[in-house]
Structure formats: structure tokens, C-alpha cells
Design a binder for this molecule. Structure first.
Ligand code: GLU
Length: 475
């Protein structure tokens, strides 16, 4: 049977790195095996839906090049790929379980359930349904149905035995059935819960392997009971280790994890994100080298997934991004930079700046941070030099004198400028580095720019002299 895997996000917000890593592992596994990668939107928890998050999920996958074979926008042999459009199949499945005696109707009100939970809490018992409705006679049930009493359908979990499975990552896993709750399968509004919908769809869509985050492992016994009750063969499960943040807490949006598309907008390269994500919980074959998706897929196996939690390290991703930027050819970098540049900026000047700025960039966005002063005279006026080495009143005099020397230069080359500037510093008993910084601030408004003399050459004599003449360190 050919491999079929799915990424099954719930559209409850913009996906973060951890969410997309699950998609990536599924994608790589499918491509490795020459199988299918399916995207299915799990939107049955209506209260948690967040508008536009489905778009953000698909856009994140597209940005990284994780193309899917079947999905909500694409269709496929098992369409639709959005759970809210498949309600009938879950309702039928729930009814089937009731008929077979593996599930039952529950008419308990929210108030009663809340009361029950309070009592359990007071007794320090785990919160679980007390099975009151399991005792209902068929007459009771008929009466409640006749009066249209709202009800849910619950899984009838066996009270004895264990549910056991071999996880492709974690190995042998077992859960005592007696500890499982009688999970709601179908809610009173006719929508399924995640547990019912995920099993019905994974079966209907011939999913062979479920690769998902470790947080779902405790749901797996419920899913396996469902497979057993339906008489279906379950898929292979692979629960991937969680990702922790720098504070050793689970990476989550609530704790400030960035949305995937924020990385795109901040100027990270998709190939860096893909490579960095594949180091999180998988044995990337060569962390020093950026591999293509095809190369990663060729190396990807479930055996290579690690058991221990991964730690997200922003600095490492930054380092990889800077390295990848420097490894791009100037032509490729120009293309990658395009969305980050003002449309009015002269691309010939951008081209000249690329080799200079490249060395100092961590993200694509850094280019404009470093170089915007080449394209506008409206520079931030001389950011405070109070913390610089040369006193403000002297700075003004030095720059005025230096400007008049520049004005008399007949050549405007790197060598000429360097010689003149070094001589000026020496003549005035200034450390070259101190005077260079003053000069940099005076014509760019910044303390970090591409190299000084190259920048002056590119700006041109007129502009440099104009900016220096206007420099005012007293403001
Ligand atoms: N809809 C679930 C989620 O949001 C999918 C879990 C699974 O892959 O089974 O992560």
C-alpha cells in the first residue's frame, strides 16, 4: 500500500514553527516514500475558529515549498478536505457505534456536568464523566428524544484492559482503559469532536501514517478504541517530540512563539526555515549545510526522529540565515530582496550595495536598515553622538573643516578618500576609528552601515558634501 500522510491543522490561529514542523515531517516522509501528502482542515471546534487562519496555514506551506497532493483548494479523490463539509459521515459513524453498543447517548446538562466536576475536584479525582446516562433505559432515551432534549454521543470506554500500540518514535506505549474518559464523539449541535472526526477521516482517506505532535499521544488510545469498534485497521503512529523555547517551556503562541509568516516578513529565507525546522527533533544529515527539500526527503526516515524534546534557538536560526544570505549569488540576493525594497530605489545602486551589505545582514530586512540612507536625503538627523568618542562641540568643527578638504578633492575614489580621511584624523590627533564613526553618523545618521569609503564612493561627492554640510551635532 502506498504511503499516505496528512497534515491536519485546526484553523485556530496563525501557525507557528512547531505547527509547520509537523507539516514538514509529513511532507518529507511522503516524498521519501513516493507517497501522497494530504492537507485536511479540522474546523469542527467552532468556538475556536480564527478568521483567515486557514489562509495563513496554506500560505505558510506554499512559502516553504511544501506542496500538497490533495487538499481544500486542490480537491482530490477524497474531497472535501474540510471537516465542516463532511458532517454527515461523522453523524453516521456515531450512530453506527451506538447501534453496535460502543457508544451511548448522554442528556446531561452543562450544569450537571459542572456540578459533577466540582465534586470530583473536591475529592481530588480526575475529571471524567460518571456514566449516569449509561444507565438510561430505552424508554428513558425515547422520551428524551421525543421532547428533543439536547444530547451528545459518548464513547463507551471498556473498564478493563489496556490499549497498547507501537509508536514509530516512542516505541511501546500503553494506557489503562480504566483511566480513559467516556469521550464525547458527537456534540449536541451535530458537530463531531476532534477524536471522532480524525479517526473517521484518516480511515476514509486511507491514511497510512499519522505523524503528529507528542501532545496528541494521550488521545491515541481513544482513537485506537474507535478503530477497533469500527473494525478498521489503524494507521502507524509517530509522535514527534515537542519543541521548547529558550525558557524550557513548550513553544506556543501564548508564550510568544512567532507566526510562521512573520519569519517570511522579517526576511528569513524559506530554505533556512526548512533546514532549521528539520533540525528540531530529527537527525538532519548535515547541519552545517543547507539541503534542498529533495535532499532532505531522500534522507528522511521515522527512525531518524528523536525522542527527546527539541530546543528552539533563535540565534542559531539567525546565524543560519546570515550564512545563507552570504552564500547567495548577488543576482539571487537581488531577487530575494525585491519584496523588501522600496519600489523607487534605483536597482543599479542596490546592485552595487549588495556585495557590501551582504556581510552585515542577518535577514533580508536588514538591507534597508543598513542602506536606506543611499536612497533618501531625509536621513535621521545625527542620532545622538553623546556616547561617541568625540565631544559634540568639537565634532561640529572637525566635520566643517573636513568637508572643505573633501570639496577640494579632484578624485573621488576609495584610495583618495581613505588617505585624506586618515591624514585628517592624524593631523587632529583623533583615533581613526573615532573619526570614521563620526563621519559615518554625519552622512548616514547611523552607526552601522556598509564599509565607510565604499559607501562614500557610491553616494557620490555632491551628496556626501551636502550631508556633511547639513550635519548638526547639536540637535
Ligand atoms: N487538528 C489537530 C491539530 O490541530 C490534528 C492533530 C492530529 O494530527 O491528529 O493539531
Amino acid at each position: 500500500m502506498s504511503v499516505r500522510v496528512r497534515y491536519a491543522p485546526s484553523p485556530t490561529g496563525h501557525p507557528h514553527l512547531g505547527n509547520i514542523r509537523t507539516a514538514l515531517f509529513n511532507f518529507l516522509f511522503a516524498r521519501h516514500a513516493g507517497g501522497e501528502f494530504v492537507v485536511r482542515i479540522e474546523d469542527t471546534d467552532r468556538a475556536r475558529l480564527v478568521e483567515k487562519s486557514e489562509d495563513a496555514i496554506l500560505e505558510s506551506l506554499r512559502w516553504l515549498g511544501l506542496t500538497w497532493d490533495e487538499g481544500p483548494d486542490k480537491g482530490g479523490p477524497f474531497a472535501p478536505y474540510v471537516q465542516s463539509e463532511r458532517l454527515e459521515s461523522y453523524q453516521k459513524a456515531a450512530q453506527e457505534l451506538v447501534k453496535k453498543g460502543f457508544a451511548y447517548l448522554c442528556f446531561c446538562t452543562q450544569d450537571r456536568l459542572a456540578e459533577m466536576r466540582k465534586v470530583q475536584e473536591a475529592k481530588h479525582e480526575p475529571p471524567r464523566y460518571d456514566r449516569q446516562c449509561l444507565m438510561l433505559s430505552s424508554d428513558d432515551i425515547r422520551n428524551s428524544m421525543d421532547t428533543n432534549e439536547p444530547h451528545v454521543i459518548r464513547l463507551k470506554v471498556p473498564q478493563e484492559g489496556k490499549t497498547v500500540f507501537e509508536d514509530a518514535v516512542r516505541g511501546h506505549v500503553e494506557f489503562e482503559n480504566a483511566l480513559l474518559d467516556d469521550q464525547v464523539l458527537l456534540k449536541s449541535d451535530g458537530f463531531p469532536t476532534y477524536h471522532l472526526a480524525v479517526v473517521v477521516d484518516d480511515h476514509a482517506m486511507n491514511i497510512t501514517h499519522v505523524i503528529r505532535a507528542e501532545e496528541w499521544i494521550s488521545s491515541t488510545p481513544k482513537h485506537l478504541l474507535l478503530y477497533q469498534f469500527f473494525g478498521w485497521t489503524p494507521p502507524t503512529y509517530a509522535h514527534v517530540p515537542m519543541i521548547m523555547d529558550a525558557h524550557k517551556a513548550k513553544l506556543s503562541k501564548r508564550r510568544g512563539a512567532k507566526a510562521m509568516l512573520e519569519y517570511r516578513d522579517a526576511g528569513y529565507l524559506p530554505e533556512v526555515v526548512v533546514n532549521y525546522l528539520s533540525t528540531l527533533g530529527w537527525m538532519h544529515p548535515n547541519e552545517e549545510k543547507l539541503l534542498t527539500l529533495d535532499e532532505l526527503a531522500a534522507a528522511f526516515t521515522l527512525e531518524g526522529i528523536k525522542k527527546s524534546p527539541a530546543v528552539f534557538d533563535q540565534r542559531k536560526m539567525d546565524w543560519m540565515n546570515g550564512l545563507a544570505i552570504r552564500q547567495l549569488t548577488d543576482e539571487k540576493l537581488l531577487i530575494a530582496l525585491d519584496p523588501f525594497l522600496d519600489s523607487g530605489w534605483d536597482r543599479h545602486v542596490v546592485k552595487k550595495l549588495i556585495p557590501l551589505a551582504k556581510e552585515r545582514m542577518t535577514t533580508l530586512k536588514d538591507f534597508s536598515v543598513l542602506c536606506d540612507f543611499f536612497f533618501t536625503n531625509n536621513i535621521q538627523k545625527n542620532e545622538s553622538i553623546m556616547n561617541q568618542k568625540i565631544a559634540v562641540d568639537k565634532a561640529q568643527t572637525f566635520i566643517r573643516r573636513y568637508t572643505s578638504i573633501l570639496a577640494s578633492l579632484t578624485q573621488w575614489t576609495h584610495e583618495e578618500l581613505e588617505q585624506t580621511t586618515r591624514k585628517f584624523a592624524a593631523d587632529h590627533q583623533l583615533k581613526p576609528a573615532d573619526f570614521f564613526m563620526l563621519l559615518r553618523i554625519a552622512f548616514s545618521g547611523k552607526t552601522i552601515t556598509p564599509p565607510l569609503f565604499e559607501s562614500m564612493v557610491i553616494l557620490g561627492k555632491d551628496i556626501v558634501i551636502q550631508r556633511l554640510s547639513e550635519a548638526n551635532f547639536r540637535c
